[in-house]
Design a protein around this ligand. Structure first.
Ligand SMILES: Nc1ncnc2c1ncn2[C@@H]1O[C@H](COP(=O)(O)OP(=O)(O)OP(=O)(O)O)[C@@H](O)[C@H]1O
Ligand SMILES: [Mg+2]
Length: 310
């Protein structure tokens, strides 16, 4: 469990965080979302002590982070940054094994671990181990960043807007990968984004932050259904939505009150999840909460967006 208690971060001209308290449970995929400058990175860096609170405490499993040996602390915390965080003069394998090398793993064991993880994130190890970062696409580079963060089997993985520079398709693929990896590993993920739709898609729970203060914490459905204040409501509406959620389709009035049971999907699944299912079963009927949706509803919904845009 990661706990921030009454944390304030004060700079000469402003407070980056203002008396913020937050608990992240062990093993959850926790998302921190807010606009640029709201304090997300400041908060994230307090967990691995790249940043220290001016006032307040940060604890991991009840121990103050200040009480840990800093090297030991960081070895237990993986860190994935925005694009461009690989060393350009090192191969994929060397980049991915940096932490393992510090830990004293021998070359053969390092290569074995990195190869296994590269395969797991969808990069064929035999093809990618010896490539240089300049020979990777943005999405591939971020996959290597994820491998590097996971290599030493950390208890916590911090991700700071790791997909914000990617095209929509790569972004969706990597979001799915994060969900899948989180499901497979018993690891706490703390994921930072300014994109509310990304937050809704990924999060077990999410926290909305604005001007260094916490606006709302909850599960995605709760926040979608009951935004705590005007900021949360407009932040969601104004956000560029790369993902459209099934409960938005329902809210827009499409579908019928559920009479028959179709394939059950969640309100926080996206229309892309739906489309993927239709690809294999074109006449699929789905049930979202109390509503039945048919393929024609998807077409009508998309047509209504097009009309709105005109
Ligand atoms: N070293 C610093 N000195 C002074 N002010 C700082 C410093 N670091 C951050 N800030 C300020 O603190 C606030 C929060 O910054 P932070 O980087 O945490 O925001 P963020 O939510 O991560 O934004 P973004 O989405 O743009 O990455 C901003 O107003 C920023 O200008
Ligand atoms: Mg930031």
């Amino acid at each position: 469990m990661i706990k921030l208690e009454n944390v304030t971060k004060r700079y000469a001209s402003n407070d980056a965080l203002n008396n913020l308290s937050l608990t992240i449970k062990s093993g959850e995929l926790f998302v921190l979302v807010g606009p640029s400058g709201s304090g997300k990175t400041t908060l994230l860096k307090m967990i691995n002590r790249l940043n220290e609170p001016t006032i307040g405490n940060v604890t991991i499993d009840s121990a103050d982070v200040k009480s840990f040996d800093i090297r030991h602390l960081r070895q237990n915390i993986g860190y994935v940054l925005q694009a461009g965080a690989l060393f350009p003069n090192m191969t994929v394998a060397q980049n991915a094994a940096i932490q393992l090398e510090t830990l004293g793993w021998d070359r053969q064991k390092r290569d074995q671990r990195v190869a296994e993880l590269l395969d797991r994130v969808g990069l064929r190890a035999t093809l990618f181990m010896n490539r240089m970062p300049s020979e990777l696409s943005g999405g591939e580079a971020q996959r290597v960043g994820i491998v590097r963060a996971l290599a030493a089997e950390p208890n916590i993985v911090l991700m700071d807007e790791p997909f914000s520079a990617l095209d929509p398709i790569s972004k969706r693929q990597l979001q799915d990968l994060v969900i899948q990896l989180h499901r497979e590993l018993a690891t706490t993920f703390v994921f930072v984004t300014h994109d509310m739709s990304e937050a809704i898609k990924l999060a077990d729970r999410l926290a909305v932050i604005h001007n260094g203060t916490l606006q709302q914490v909850g599960v995605p459905n709760e926040i979608l259904a009951k935004p705590a204040n005007a900021f949360v409501a407009t932040f969601f509406d104004e956000n560029d939505t790369q993902n459209i959620f099934l409960n938005q389709v329902v809210k827009a009035g499409f579908g019928q009150p559920s009479t028959e049971v179709g394939q059950v999907l969640k309100g926080t699944d996206t229309i892309f999840d739906w489309a993927a299912q239709l690809k294999t079963t074109p006449d699929l009927v789905i049930k979202v909460e109390q509503t039945t949706l048919r393929p024609v509803d998807l077409i009508n919904y998309l047509a209504s967006l097009e009309q709105e845009a005109k």
